[in-house]
Design a binder for this molecule. Structure first.
Ligand code: C5P
Length: 219
């Protein structure tokens, strides 16, 4: 069974206010991308990796993979205008005989192999996909403008993260749909059964400068 990872790293990261795309801002001594790339490469569960790089940053991404000795990187594609486009372009490089695709965001650098294990091994139980999720700590309201219209029972809610694992053929056919914010949503919309497994609080997503500080403190 071959497991391919698609690392979505093509975002501009405007909210970081840096002079470069988010994947190339500094986290410690390295570009942010280095952490998730090295961890995927070291993973016991991943056989090969496709990186979706920001337009114009393909070469630095390839050089970084070489510097880090990431021998599993098989291709580096130019990402698209949206995350969905970048994932589609990355998945297009995954060979047709791959069994599983794991999609991960470079914006979540603190990837522990136990999370990869949880999502990939769930597929052996017959699920179409598996995603890490955390319980919701805050009370959640549905609003209409400024008016609260509902207090949503939070027991049945999860905040989901990446890496997200899918049966490769299921993901490929689901990605033809549009308007989804994570791959799971695409697979759900196509009728796939996706399991939520335990997430990891350390899998923080870097969006702004304060997130970068929090992640750097956890390195
Ligand atoms: O922008 P945001 O943080 O929500 O992006 C989540 C992930 O998707 C990031 O790792 C980012 O690099 C990636 N992305 C991408 N292509 C885009 C936009 C975002 O690969 N066009």
């Amino acid at each position: 069974m071959s497991v391919w990872a698609v690392l979505a790293a093509a975002g501009s990261g405007e909210r970081l206010g840096a002079d470069r795309p988010k994947a190339f801002v500094r986290l410690g001594e390295q570009p942010l991308l280095a952490e998730s790339l090295a961890r995927l490469d070291e993973s016991n569960w991943i056989d090969a990796i496709v990186v979706a790089a920001p337009p114009g940053w393909e070469e630095p991404a390839i050089l970084l993979a070489e510097e880090l000795g990431c021998g599993k990187v098989s291709a580096c594609v130019t990402g698209g205008a949206t995350r969905a486009d970048s994932v589609r372009l990355g998945v297009a490089e995954v060979p047709s005989d791959a069994a599983v695709v794991v999609v991960h965001d470079a914006a979540r650098p603190l990837l522990d192999d136990s999370v990869v294990e949880r999502v990939v091994s769930a597929l052996a139980e017959g699920w179409d996909g598996a995603v890490p999720g955390l319980p919701v700590a805050d009370t959640v309201k549905r609003v209409d403008g400024e008016l609260i219209v509902e207090t949503v029972p939070r027991d049945a809610l999860r905040v989901v993260q990446t890496p997200q694992a899918f049966v490769a053929d299921v993901l490929r056919s689901a990605l033809t749909g549009s308007d989804w914010t994570d791959c799971s949503a695409a697979v759900e919309a196509a009728g796939g059964r996706v399991r939520v497994v335990d997430g990891d609080p350390r899998l923080l997503k870097v969006t702004d400068a304060s997130d970068l500080e929090r992640v750097a403190a956890l390195l």
